[in-house]
Write a protein that binds this ligand. Structure first.
Ligand SMILES: [Zn+2]
Length: 160
């Protein structure tokens, strides 16, 4: 199968996440909760030429429609991602990943004195988006900022 065939081969139902920064397809799957480990059929295409991005990755998940909230979380590591929902081979919904205004229980506060890092006070972390470009979030409890590099380090173990 050549590259073009791989790219255009369509799925009947599911989600195609496009415009993922090259090398991040696996991280996107991790953020989606590793559907491949639950027997869901997943196709990963890496290092595809893109006029917009140079090279990009692409992830197709069969039979699973990514929910809005998850789609937004994707923006934390793939800010340009487009999420295509496919039904009966047709794209029925195409959305751009937008960094969520509020992020619950996903990021850790980087301040060691923050109440969310105290063992006796098990609080769910909450971060508010302060800036979109560049991406900056602030801890609800101590106000400490967390930037794009810190976010991707926490979520996928590498900085941008
Ligand atoms: Zn904090």
């Amino acid at each position: 199968m050549n590259e073009d065939t791989m790219l255009v081969q369509r799925i009947a139902n599911g989600t195609v996440v496009d415009h993922i920064p090259a090398g991040r397809a696996l991280s996107v799957l991790r953020l989606l909760g590793e559907p491949q480990k639950r027997g869901v059929r997943v196709a990963i295409v890496m290092n595809v030429k893109s006029s917009k991005m140079g090279v990009k990755d692409l992830v197709k998940v069969e039979g699973l429609e990514i929910e809005e909230q998850t789609a937004q979380r994707l923006a934390l590591i793939a800010p340009q991602a487009t999420i295509n929902i496919i039904r009966e081979y047709e794209v029925v919904q195409k959305t751009k990943a937008v960094p969520p205004e509020v992020v619950y229980a996903l990021l850790k506060c980087v301040s060691s004195s923050c109440i969310t890092n105290k063992e006796r006070e098990p609080l769910v972390t909450t971060f508010y988006r302060r800036s979109h470009k560049p991406l900056v979030y602030s801890c609800r409890y101590c106000g400490r900022d967390i930037d794009e590099n810190e976010i991707s380090e926490q979520l996928i173990g590498v900085s941008l």
